[in-house]
Design a protein around this ligand. Structure first.
Ligand code: UDP
Ligand code: MG
Length: 317
């Protein structure tokens, strides 16, 4: 018998169609592992029957816990809350929709027993995802890799096992716009990956529409790289140099040949170009300032509605 305890953290947002299947597949895997375990569901303000379905499961299985949010706070915050309330020596973070096969959990535990603190799952193949999603994900990770000061493994999501020391380190990080997979990388420790084939969503639709994906990628870049802020400097230098050369040309043309530039087209093109670039740069500044604003407000990360099957009554984080 393994004397460790394992926690499975599963965020839920409107997952009434998958919750039963998710519970039965995860719990049958946990039954096979000869160790203490728990499933920590975090209900991220679902508007459907998710909450009552989880409550029913909790009533018949005390191994299942529920952290219930007062509203939707977002996937990354839900995972964080799961870490705050789980009690295992190691925890696995996975999606509810069974795109992350629970059958991989024992393999992750094996690696943990070999001495790894983080075992992330690398997607060898992604089934049932649109070409658009795959392409944008690839572009995003390439961009992030080129800009960020940390080396986030490509083709990984949040499906991973982390040990208690990693979890405690993550809990020390209080930032509001969290990019958990980056933070896991940032804390260090001994990390490894195992490959898997990502399945299709079991039922229902993605809870990550384009808007949420954009916010998520912005969080990833802004929380790990100041480089976009420097773009203004680089572009500013380039444009000043070009303007200087053009000014000399214009002056010489006037003095030597008495030829003033007619250039309405040039003028319009330049004004729109520089105007557009200015707006983009202001937007980038705005993204960072919005995040500074979020940090200074120092609101709690989430507000709880209630906890089920969890004794310890912690303060809201
Ligand atoms: N999720 C959440 N809050 C949200 C959006 C998603 O807790 O605001 C959960 C969702 O229930 C699922 C996981 O995050 O368990 C991943 O979402 P989804 O599978 O829809 O994302 P995708 O796999 O399409 O990227
Ligand atoms: Mg999914």
């Amino acid at each position: 018998m393994d004397n460790k305890k394992y926690s499975i953290i599963i965020p839920l947002f409107n997952e009434e169609e998958v919750i039963e299947e998710c519970y039965s597949r995860v719990s049958s895997i946990l039954d096979k592992i000869d160790a203490a375990s728990e499933i920590v569901f975090v209900n991220d303000g679902s508007k459907d029957k998710t909450e009552s379905l989880v409550n029913e499961i909790c009533a018949k299985d005390s191994r299942v816990k529920l952290v219930n949010f007062s509203r939707n706070f977002g996937h990354q915050i839900a995972i964080t809350a799961g870490m705050d309330y789980c009690s295992g020596d190691a925890m696995v973070i996975m999606d509810a929709d069974l795109q992350d096969p629970p059958e991989l959990i024992p393999k992750m535990i094996d690696k943990y027993k070999e001495g790894f603190d983080v075992v992330y799952a690398v997607r060898k193949k992604r089934k049932g995802e649109t070409a658009f999603k795959k392409l944008t994900a690839l572009a995003f990770y390439k961009l992030l890799k080129s800009m960020a000061n940390i080396d986030i493994p490509v083709n990984t999501g949040d499906f991973r096992l982390i040990s208690r020391p990693v979890c405690e380190a993550l809990k020390l990080i209080k930032e509001k716009n969290r990019f958990v997979r980056g933070l896991v990388c940032w804390v260090g420790f001994k990390q490894t990956g195992i490959e898997y084939v990502r399945d299709e969503r079991y039922a229902g639709e993605t809870k990550y529409p384009l808007k949420k994906m954009l916010k998520f990628s912005m969080d990833g870049i802004t929380s790990f790289s100041p480089k976009p802020l420097r773009l203004a400097n680089y572009l500013g230098c380039c444009f000043s140099l070009l303007a200087f050369i053009y000014a000399i040309y214009a002056i010489l043309a006037k003095i030597l040949y008495n030829r003033a530039i007619q250039g309405w087209t040039t003028l319009i093109v330049l004004i729109s170009l520089i105007g557009g670039i200015n707006m983009i740069l202001l937007g980038i500044l705005g993204e960072y300032i919005a995040r500074i604003y979020d940090e200074t407000k120092d609101r709690p990360l989430y507000i709880l509605k209630n906890l089920v099957n969890i004794k310890e009554d912690k303060d809201d984080k």
